[in-house]
Design a protein around this ligand. Structure first.
Ligand code: THU
Length: 156
């Protein structure tokens, strides 16, 4: 029997260790949590995406009485970004979550469907998307979505 071990590199950083640009993205992801529409979960997620043209697009989760019809912050953001700026590749995506009156102490990570959706744009532009996951205590930096989606299904 052979065995394969797949590992993921995560840089663990404090806010002060981030570049000015990454700080700005985290700030905007945090701000975007205020626009979440979450009457059901009360879990407010915000995302901010830096594009290759320098634009920053933000978004938040939008829920629906028919639960599967709701959309996570990540997909709200990346779908709008590509609809608005179809020529621009994705550089860095920051994600933050707020609930019960405070930002999450530990980073939250995109759900499986969002990971697959993010992968689509890595594949489209043939460029890794940096991902910043915000927590009050620590911030994770990933150098691409494949860090969160090993053995991913990509082009067919
Ligand atoms: N949610 C996001 O927007 N992004 C994530 O990464 C995880 C979960 C949303 C979906 C739903 O509106 C709420 O958070 C609770 O699951």
């Amino acid at each position: 029997m052979k065995e394969k071990i797949i590992s993921t590199k995560i840089e663990v950083l404090s806010y002060d260790e981030l570049s000015a640009q990454d700080k700005d993205l985290i700030d905007k992801a945090k701000e975007a949590t205020a626009t979440a529409y979450t009457p059901y979960s009360k879990f407010h997620v915000g995302a901010a995406l830096l594009l290759s043209n320098g634009e920053i697009v933000t978004g938040s989760n939008q829920e629906n009485a028919a639960f599967p019809s709701g959309t996570c912050a990540e997909r709200t953001t990346i779908y709008y970004a590509h609809a608005r700026y179809p020529e621009a590749s994705f550089d860095t995506l920051a994600i933050a979550a707020f609930s019960n009156g405070h930002f999450q102490a530990s980073p939250i990570s995109p759900c499986g469907a969002c990971r697959q959706a993010i992968l689509e744009y890595e594949t489209l532009f043939n460029k890794n998307i940096r991902i910043l996951l915000y927590g009050e205590n620590e911030i994770y930096l990933l150098d691409g979505i494949k860090s969160l989606l090993p053995l991913c299904f990509s082009e067919f």
